[in-house]
Design a binder for this molecule. Structure first.
Ligand code: KG4
Ligand code: ZN
Length: 353
C-alpha cells in the first residue's frame, strides 16, 4: 500500500451493477473505506440474481451505505474531490440507482462525476493493494457476470479485449453446477470447499474451446455451457443407476476443468502479447485452485501474478473509487451530468458520457 498523500484526490465510488451496493472512499491509491451491503440472501432461493429485487435493495441500502463509508473514512461528503460511479455494464435497473445517486451527489456538492466501466474498475482496484499497475498488464476478470481477458495499458483509457466467454460466465458455471450438486447459492465457495476432499482427475470433464479447430477462431475466448451440460449428464447418469453422487469428486473435477482453461488461456495470452504481469479479479479470483494453478503456470513462463484480496475481487465501491481517483490524477475530463447507465457498456470504453 502506498503512503497517503494529502494532495492525492479524495474520491467516493459507488457500485450497483449487480447485487452489491458498494460505496468506497480512496485517497489516491489509499483505501479509506469500503462499505458493502449485499442482497445476495434475497436471491438465494431463486438460484440467481433477480434484477428487480436487486434494484430495490440498492435503493434501500444507498444512503446508509454512503453514511457508513464516510464514517469509516472519517470524512464528510464536502471533503470529497470527485464522485465515481459504475455506469456499466450490469443490470440496467440496478445501474440506474447508482448513477442517479452519483448525479445527485455531484450536483448537490458541485463536484465532478466520473461514470466508469465496471471491468476497468475491477482492474484498477489492485492499485489499492499492490501499488501502481504495470503497463501493460494482462487482466483475467472472472465473476458471476463476466469472463474476460484484457490487455491493459493505461487503465483510464487503453483497454483492449483479447477474449471473452461466448456463453456462461465462469462464476455462473460454478453457481449452476453447485445447484446440480445440491449446494447453496452462490455456489463458487461451496464447490471450492467440497473440492478439497475430492479428486480433480476422477472425471475427465471437457475443456471448452480448447480443441485445435476451436482455438483457430476462439484462441482466447471461453465457453462453459458445454461443461455445465456434461456435469448435468454425468450427475443424471449416476442418479439413474441408483449410485450416490460423489459430490467432492464432481466438484474437484469440474473446478479443475474451469481453472485449467482459464489459466492456460491467460498465460497463453500474456506470452503471446509479451506481457509479464497477470492480474486476476472478480469473485472467482477467490478460488483456491485458480490461484495456485495460475501461479504455477505463470512462473514457468517468468510471469508474475497479482490477485487483490477477496473483498476487493468481488464487486465493491472501492474499485470504482480507485478508478475515479486514477482518472482525476491523470487529468481526465469528467462525465457530463446527463451520463447514461449503459447495461452493455463496451469494455474499451472506460468513461461514459
Ligand atoms: O464479482 P462477484 O462478487 O459478482 C459478480 O459480478 O458476479 O462474483 C460472484 C461470483 C459467483 O458466481 C460466485 O459463485 C463466484 O464469484 N465465487 C467463486 C468463489 N467465490 C465466489 N467461484 C469459485 N470459487 C470461489 N471460491
Ligand atoms: Zn464484477
Amino acid at each position: 500500500m502506498t503512503t497517503p498523500s494529502s494532495s492525492a484526490p479524495l474520491v467516493l465510488g459507488i457500485e450497483t451493477s449487480c447485487d452489491e451496493t458498494g460505496v468506497g472512499i480512496v485517497r489516491g491509491h489509499t483505501l479509506l473505506a469500503d462499505a458493502v451491503a449485499s442482497s445476495v440472501d434475497e436471491h438465494a432461493r431463486f438460484g440467481g440474481v433477480v434484477p428487480e429485487v436487486a434494484s430495490r435493495a440498492h435503493l434501500e441500502a444507498m444512503v446508509p451505505t454512503i453514511q457508513r463509508a464516510c464514517a469509516t473514512a472519517g470524512v464528510s461528503l464536502n471533503d470529497v474531490d470527485a464522485i465515481a460511479v459504475t455506469a456499466g455494464p450490469g443490470l440496467a435497473g440496478a445501474l440506474l440507482v447508482g448513477v442517479a445517486a452519483a448525479k445527485s451527489l455531484a450536483l448537490g456538492l458541485d463536484k465532478p462525476v466520473y461514470g466508469v466501466n465496471h471491468l476497468a474498475a475491477h482492474v484498477a482496484v489492485d492499485q489499492l493493494e499492490h501499488g501502481p499497475l504495470p503497463d501493460p498488464c494482462l487482466a483475467l476478470l472472472v465473476s458471476g457476470g463476466h469472463s474476460s481477458l484484457l490487455r491493459v495499458g493505461d487503465v483510464t483509457g487503453s483497454i483492449e479485449p483479447l477474449g471473452t466467454t461466448i456463453d456462461d460466465a465462469a462464476g455462473e458455471a460454478f453457481d449452476k453446477v453447485a445447484r446440480l450438486l445440491g449446494l447453496p447459492f452462490p455456489g463458487g465457495p461451496h464447490i471450492d470447499h467440497a473440492a478439497l476432499s475430492g479428486s480433480s482427475v476422477a472425471i475427465d470433464f471437457p475443456r471448452g474451446l480448447s480443441s485445435r479447430r476451436d482455438l483457430e477462431r476462439h484462441r482466447f475466448d471461453f465457453s462453459f455451457s458445454g461443461l455445465k451440460t456434461a456435469v448435468a449428464r454425468w450427475v443424471q447418469a449416476c442418479e439413474d443407476s441408483g449410485d450416490p453422487v460423489p459430490v467432492a469428486d464432481v466438484a474437484a473435477s469440474f473446478q479443475e476443468a474451469v481453472c485449467d482453461v482459464l489459466t492456460r488461456k491467460a498465460v497463453g495470452a500474456a506470452v503471446s502479447e509479451g506481457i509479464e504481469d497477470i492480474l486476476i479479479g472478480g469473485g472467482v479470483a477467490a478460488n483456491s485452485r485458480l490461484r495456485v494453478l495460475a501461479e504455477e503456470r505463470a512462473a514457468k513462463e517468468g510471469i508474475r501474478v497479482r490477485v487483490p484480496r477477496p473483498s476487493l475481487c468481488t464487486d465493491n465501491g472501492a474499485m470504482v473509487a480507485a478508478l475515479g481517483a486514477e482518472m482525476v490524477s491523470r487529468g481526465r475530463d469528467a462525465s457530463a451530468l446527463d451520463l447514461p447507465a449503459d447495461s452493455s457498456m463496451p469494455v474499451e470504453q472506460v468513461l461514459a458520457g
